[in-house]
Every structure is written in C-alpha cells, then in structure tokens.
Design a protein around this ligand. Sequence first.
Ligand code: ZN
Length: 512
Amino acid sequence: MKTSTVAWHELKSRLARIYDFHSAAGLLIWDQQTNMPPGGVPARAEALATLSTVAHEHLVDDETRCLLDTIGDDFDATTEDAALVRLVRRDYERATKLPVRLVADFSRATTLAEPAWVAARARSDWAAFAPHLERILTLQQEAAEYIGYTTHPYDALLDTFEPGATKLELETVFDELKTPLIALVARINDAQTSAENEKRDAPLYGDFDEAKQEAFGREIVERFGYDFRRGRQDRAVHPFCISFGNGDVRITTRFDREWLSPALFGTLHESGHALYEQGIDSKYARTPAANGCSMGVHESQSRLWENIVGRSLPFWQFFYPRLQAAFPEHFSGIELARFYRAINTVERTPIRVEADEVTYNLHVLVRFEIEVALFENRLKVADLPAAWNEKMRDYLGITPATDAEGALQDIHWANGSFAYFPTYTVGNVLAVQLYDTALATHPSITDEITRGEFATLHGWLAENIYRHGKRYEPAPLIERATGKPLNTAPYLRYLHTKFGELYDLKTTTLTG
Ligand code: ZN
C-alpha cells in the first residue's frame, strides 16, 4: 500500500510526462503553422494524433485513478497542492466520462467538417455545411449529457473554456451590455453620417515596409515586458501565441504591406497572451496549472494590451513620433489626433474579426444566442442563416450580403467549439475591470504610459493574474484581483467615455 506522499510524487511525475507530450505536440503545431512545407500535412497529422493519444492514455490510465484515490482529500483546500489535485481530478473525470466511441465519432465529424466548411464558405453554400453542423451538434449535445451539468447542457461545454461559468451568468452579462451597446453603435453611426465624408481609417492604409513594421512592433512589446530571451516572433497566416513553459512562449504575426493594422494590433494582442504565459510562477512548471486560467481571462490580457493600452491616446503620445520616424513619407503630414481617430474607427461591418471595440460584443451576442437556441432545439440548423441575418439587422443594423459574410464566417462550429464565443466578451469586460483596478491602485500608470513605460501595470498584472496560472478558477481569481465578481459597469463606462469623446457625442448616457 502506497503512502499518500509516495502517491503524490508519482502523480506529479505522471503529470510532468503528460505535460511533455502536450508540449511536443504543441511544437509540432507551431512548426506546422510557421515553417512546415505543405507536403508535411499527412505525416504531421499522424504524429499529432499519436502524441495526443499517448497523452490521453496517460491521463485516463487506471493508475491515475489509483494515485488520486490514495492521495484522497487530505489536503488543506487553500494550498497549491490541493489546487493541483482539483485540476487533475477535473481533467481525469472529463476525459473518462466520454465513451471512446463518442470521442472517435467527434474527431471524425470535425475532421470532415473543417474542409467542408472551407469549401462551403468559398461558395457561400450553407446547405453544403449544414449536415456537418447537425452531426457535430448532436454529438456535442450527447457529450453534454455524459459530462453532466446542473441547470443547462450548454454549461457542460462552457466549462471546458471557462471553468465554473454558466449560461445564466453569461445571459446576465449580455443583458447588461445589449441595450447600451446597440444604442451607442446607433448614435456613433448617426454622428458619422452627419459629419463630412471623411474616411476615418484612411491613415492606416499605404505602403509599409514589413521589416520596419516588425521592428516597430518589437520595440513596443519589449517595452511592455515581453522577454525575447524567453520568446520569439515568427510569421503565420492565422496569428497565435503558444507556450512551452514560462521559458519559451512564442508569438506569431501576419504582415500586410498595404495595411498597418493586422501586424501592429495583432502583435500587441498576441504579446498580451504571451506576457501572461511568461509570468506564470515556475513552481507550476510541467503541471496542469502551468497555463492561463481560462479562455476569457486569457483574452482579457490580450485585449488589455491591444485595446485599452494600445489604442489609447497616452500610448500614442509616446509612440506616434516613433511611428512617424519609421514611416515619414506616410505619417509626417498626419497629426496625432487624426491617427488616434483612425485606429478607433467604429464601423458596422459583417465580419467579427474585423470588428472594433464597440461593435465586437454584438457580433459575439449573435453567436451566443444562436448557440443556446440550437442547444435548446429551438432553432434548426437549416434556419440558422435566417436567424443570423435577423439578429445582425436588429443589433448592428446591417444584413450580410452572403452567408460567407454571415453564418459561415467562423471556423469555431466546424471544429466543434460550441460555447467558445462568449469567452471573447468575458475577456473584453474583464480587461477594463482589471485595468481600472490597477489604475486605482497605481494612478501613475497613465503618466508612465505617456513615457513608454509599462513596468507598474505589468507588475500589477503579474502579481494579481499571471503568476497564479490555473491555480484559481476564473471567479475567485477575478474576485481576488478586483474585489468584485465580473462586472460590466467599468466596461460600459469606458466605452461611453472613450467613444463619446472620439465621436463628439453631446450627451453620454451612462447605463449599467
Ligand atoms: Zn486572443
């Protein structure tokens, strides 16, 4: 009979092996997205399948259960070890609750659905994608029943991305945002049409040497605190951040020679994710706690650096002269105020990934309401595009010209990621709540930003968010950091103040 101390050591070395398999798989994925020649796809798919199978087998092995049983609950619930055991139990239970048959069916269904979605989007042909989505939805509804939930099947899937969150809580968040955001977007739209026919975002288009774009972005993220001795930046078509432990956290960027925004704000965004991962305490190395807390909390970090810092006036008071020096032929005749308006252009567009700070959450709301309706069998897959277009009209005042610009635009449903979208809004809301708390504690942060200094803000985030990794679930982490649960009021205030000034809206109604 093992003692619980021996079992604990054995469990930790098992967890380290599982982490290493995932890490190796991650490196293959990074390579696939950055360097691999197209001919590598079939062999790489096999290698990734092998590694994920081995990692899965290590987790669901009977030995994991035996070790967890031996360790028991004999922990002070407030300790880090107790947090680790909770994480392993959770992973183990979720992994063993699903029948092998269901996991295999899901993998097959999504493998078929992704290329079908690419083809369907290219032809804007919803009917071609619909059978795949129906299949995936059925399997995910089945999975929710196996995983289990207290009040709503959607919660079972939401828990994968945002542990502890519920559909009901998200509905409250969206209820608080919906009316004020629809009203704000409408008022901005009215203000814009009455203004002279100015193309607000024109300064962001021109001819921008890629090496200069790269050097400019690099200077910013180094000043943020991204450590290139523990990271690197490469090019990828779909930018992402990936971590192999806090000593190796990589970001990727996409450059557009004629449009400044994708590389500039994409780099700021991914560096926000990377700062988080680089800041996780080394004591969690090679454990399930060695990553960020949830998708929503992670997104709060990318949004904070990209939008709240990176699209603010104090930030550009420091960096705009540098941008002008890098591209003098383009920016010398454009004053800071004009550039600041350009990077904060609000526009009712059909595409979520191009959406600005004000309209973004309305795009998410469309998807959230549709997902819930699908899960409650109130909406048929065949009727989804009609429901989509109606909501786009109601919330954003536009109708997508085609389904490619509408219900077919995102890959998420094709790869089975239901309940992922709302985490974007959690991130947006939380970003402001965290920033406001940091600012209340250290009012010098704004002045520091005008000098291109970020150490106080970075330090506050590292202390209150980064270092904890996955030790706390989102709700207790947010409560510890800000003294409150997730709260939409600071976010709405932020948007009304910032965009009220930018669009010269006379009376700004504060709601929420
Ligand atoms: Zn992100």
